[in-house]
Design a protein around this ligand. Structure first.
Ligand code: ADP
Length: 535
């Protein structure tokens, strides 16, 4: 029969070794912490072997090892606390601590100064201490005290909330662990009571668990990993114990082989589960990063729109003044212009007009993007809009030798829309028809068409210009899209007008589209809106 104390101690050894691995896997920065947790496991193992030892030598050796390994817990705890709070330890300090620890371990293991001997009374194993016991006991308690004070100091200066939560876990966990373990393994032994030595690691393992939880903060404590690791760990333990239950050499070899096989397959199982979970976590992290990046992009996009809007407004005012004065110059308000001067001033005028259009286009895009496009809906006679636009572009058409033809079959029918915005839509279409053709006829037609029960007004504008290829037609209404032919024919233009026109047409309950037999064969643009029936 296996001693239950040994079983508990072995279980604790496995458990804390697992905690140490979790913390280390989560972040290499947790090395100091993992060492501390790991030392708890080593101590627990030493105690298990101490209880298992049968010979005098074994009792004494493992008895001393219990103290040697226990002292390491104190040293590693202090180191962890210092690194947690100050991020690093002074290298001189580190060397001093290291040297003292080696010295201490030497005293514990090889001299009778601390442990003179071990006695056995029934099931209880106890210590007969040496002369220097108090010195070493105090020395090693100092580490705990120092670590604890360092943590308290760190907590006092910490403002970050999640770090404060970690401090909370560490300090509370340390208090619980120290009270439990020191009562069974320090205080009781001072009174010569040794029957609870084996329970010490329970308190310390609890301490290590609370700290690991605080440090790792639930994230890697994935249920699936935990379940697999506990399962595999138990399996290993069972098959490990099983090795020693044999009746013949064959059985021993068989048990050993079984254990090795469990070791191997358990390892594979654990690896695959961990891989799966880490991949999932990585994916979650990536998604999160993507979401943050997306938010940032949206923010930048908004800033850009605001900037474009602001810059356009600022540019438009002086340009409008320039256009006004040039117009007055051309009209002779400041005296007649000489024949030579007229031509360049006209060029300045048309450039100013083109520039104002560009700026208006930009402003429209930024309005669409910032959602600040407002409509003033009213019934509007569509033919009036077309006439106004025709009037505005006639000079331009004359200069390009284009003749404009308007056939109105929609009489005085109205649509429900924003007049100024609809004006811009029609203007865009007609302006393009003139811009992208070199002379020739431009036919504008207005008629009513039936769409189910409803009646629509359909405007068409046909030109004999550069035409549009099949592939380009669906793209024209996208932002900043221009066909190659358009770029060659007209270097200026941002490819925004139709994008804006589409948005306005749709917001006003209508639609816009283009047709063309192909490049060089002219094109026809259509806009369609429901007729306003007055209801
Ligand atoms: P822009 O005229 O500034 O380039 P638009 O958005 O008004 O921008 O037009 C987008 C594109 O659609 C033009 O660049 C051109 O390729 C094409 N397009 C528009 N109207 C015509 C037309 N009447 N004939 C041929 N192509 C046209």
């Amino acid at each position: 029969m296996l001693d239950f104390r040994i079983v508990i101690l072995l279980l604790i050894t496995f458990f804390v070794a697992w905690l140490a691995i979790i913390a280390y896997r989560k972040s290499r920065e947790n090395l100091a912490f993992s060492l501390f947790v790991f030392s708890v496991g080593v101590w627990s193992l030493a105690l298990a072997l101490f209880y298992r030892a049968g010979s005098d030598f074994g009792n004494e050796f493992w008895g001393r090892m219990v103290y040697a390994t226990g002292s390491l817990i104190a040293v590693f705890f202090y180191q962890f606390a210092a690194i947690f709070v100050f991020k690093k330890i002074n290298p001189v300090w580190r060397i001093i601590i290291f040297a003292l620890t080696i010295f201490l371990v030497y005293i514990y293991i090889f001299t009778p100064l601390f442990v003179k001997n071990v006695f056995i009374e029934g099931a209880v194993k106890g210590y007969i201490y040496g002369d220097a016991r108090a010195i070493f006991d105090i020395y090693f308690d100092i580490y705990f005290l120092a670590g604890f004070l360092v943590l308290l100091r760190g907590l006092k200066n910490e403002t970050d909330l999640s770090r404060r939560a970690q401090y909370f876990f560490i300090i509370i966990g340390t208090l619980i662990g120290l009270i439990l373990a020191s009562s069974t393994n320090i205080i009781l032994p001072w009174f010569g009571r040794f029957e609870f030595l084996w329970a010490g690691p329970i308190g310390v393992a609890l301490w290590a668990s609370i700290l690991t939880y605080g440090i790792v903060k639930h994230s890697l404590l994935d249920v699936k990993i935990i379940a697999t690791e506990i399962f595999v760990g138990l399996m290993w333990l069972v098959f490990l114990v099983n090795i020693f239950v044999f009746a013949s050499l064959t059985e021993l070899i068989f048990n050993l082989a079984l254990f090795l096989a469990t070791l191997f397959f358990g390892y594979l199982l654990m690896k695959s589960v961990i891989k799966e979970v880490t991949q999932r976590e990585e994916l979650e992290l990536l998604t999160q990063n993507l979401a943050t990046a997306n938010e940032r992009l949206q923010e930048l996009d908004k800033l850009k729109s605001e900037f474009v809007s602001l810059a356009s407004h600022q540019l438009r005012s002086p340009l409008t003044i320039i256009r006004g004065y040039i117009s007055m110059l051309l009209e002779g308000s400041y005296g007649a212009l000489s024949q030579e001067a007229r031509k360049p001033v006209e060029i300045v005028m048309s450039s100013a007009v083109a520039l104002i259009k560009l700026i208006n286009d930009l402003l429209n895009v930024s309005r669409i993007e910032s959602g600040k496009i407002f409509y003033d809906f009213k019934p509007v006679v569509f033919a009036d809009i077309v006439n106004k636009v025709l009037d505005a572009v006639k000079e331009n058409a004359r200069q390009k030798n284009s003749s404009l033809q308007f056939n109105n079959f929609a009489a005085q029918k109205s649509v429900w829309g924003d007049e100024s915005k609809l004006y811009e839509v029609v203007m865009n279409i007609l302006d393009n028809a003139i811009k992208y053709s070199s002379g020739g006829q431009i036919d504008v037609g207005l008629k009513t068409v039936k769409s189910g029960e409803k009646e629509n007004i359909l405007m068409s504008c046909r030109d004999n210009g550069i035409g549009i290829s099949k592939e380009d037609i669906p793209k024209l209404f996208n932002k900043f899209t221009r066909s190659n032919e358009a770029k060659t024919a007209q270097s200026s233009g941002l490819g925004i007008g139709l994008y804006f026109a589409k948005k306005v047409a749709e917001d006003n309950g209508g639609r816009i589209w283009a047709e063309s037999p192909g490049v060089g064969l002219g094109s026809t643009f259509f806009v369609e809106f429901p007729v306003y029936s007055g209801k």
